[in-house]
Ligand binder design. Structure first.
Ligand code: ZN
Length: 131
């Protein structure tokens, strides 16, 4: 990811802010500026997300891409947020066998990678099993 895009997204990554359409109440994360359901008829505003969600499906990554070797095996899942949108995220702080379809998860703030421009460390949200 290049520097400009990273800085554009940083606010959203740090605060888990999506957008919500005033017309149909659809919530989007990552944020969208135009509601695809209403084709721009609705007013789209920022909406802070609760961070709660449910695992829809997941996979255990045992042969990781370069840069993630130390974390393997790890779990990547699709999380359906309580507000509706689904996002792909790493599920952290657990053993792969602890994750199930339907598990409740909550957003946690974690280091994403250290591969960024000038060795910058990127932080953002991942998900952990709800206790
Ligand atoms: Zn809409």
């Amino acid at each position: 990811m290049g520097v400009p895009r990273f800085w554009r997204e940083i606010r959203y990554r740090y605060q888990l802010i999506g957008t919500k359409c005033s017309n149909c109440d659809s919530t989007f994360f990552p944020p969208r500026l135009i509601c695809p359901n209403c084709r721009g008829a609705g007013k789209v505003e920022e909406a802070k997300l609760s961070g709660g969600g449910e695992v829809v499906t997941y996979t255990v990554v045992r042969v990781p891409p370069e840069g993630f070797e130390k974390q393997a095996p790890y779990v990547v899942g699709i999380v359906k947020l309580d507000e509706g949108p689904s996002i792909t995220s790493q599920i952290v702080d657990c053993e792969p066998e602890d994750v199930n379809i339907g598990s409740r998860v909550r957003a946690v703030f974690r280091k994403i990678d250290e591969e960024g421009p000038a060795g910058a460390i990127h932080y953002g949200y991942k998900f952990a099993l709800e206790q």
